[in-house]
Design a protein around this ligand. Structure first.
Ligand code: TYD
Length: 136
């Protein structure tokens, strides 16, 4: 499987009508895990790079519910860039994949759904260490 196949862009259904848009995300249905944690990132300047880590145990779905950003995703071998430019799409990030979020628009609200409660110890924040672990 290619990295891009492992990290698909998920298109959510639009349940909107003349009253406006509605997007619903259900754990283990719309996305491939049960949601244990939700956080969102906003107010990041366009020249900021966030993320810069891989997670040993967590899976994520990233959605720009407002504005736009980009996610550079790599497994140390392949790389691709997900452009989060609509509230209707999210990118799935499995365990042990390195990600950088950047190019935040001034109105960007990046919603992150996670499969775990927060545990700083499962984060790998050193890229060389990541490469060593992922190549094992
Ligand atoms: P960090 O992982 O650097 O954010 P990003 O992935 O956006 O670059 O997190 C910033 C700080 O917030 C860091 O001290 C850890 C803390 N934090 C939590 O306590 N819980 C969480 O769920 C997250 C994502 C971060």
């Amino acid at each position: 499987m290619t990295l891009q196949e492992r990290c698909p862009i998920i298109e959510f259904r639009d349940l909107g009508d003349e009253r406006g848009k509605l997007v619903v995300i259900e754990g283990n249905k719309t996305i491939p895990f049960e949601i244990k944690r939700v956080f969102y990132i906003y107010g990041s300047d366009p020249d900021v790079v966030r993320g810069q880590h891989a997670n040993r145990d967590s899976e994520f779905v990233l959605i720009n519910v407002a504005g736009t950003s980009k996610v550079r995703i790599t497994d140390g071998n392949e790389e691709f860039i997900a452009s989060l430019d609509r509230p209707m799409i999210g990118v799935y990030i499995p365990k042990m994949v390195w990600k950088d979020m950047y190019d935040f628009s001034s109105d960007s609200v990046l919603l992150v759904l996670a499969s775990t409660h927060y545990d700083g110890k499962e984060y790998i924040r050193d890229y060389e260490e990541y490469l060593r672990e992922v190549k094992k």
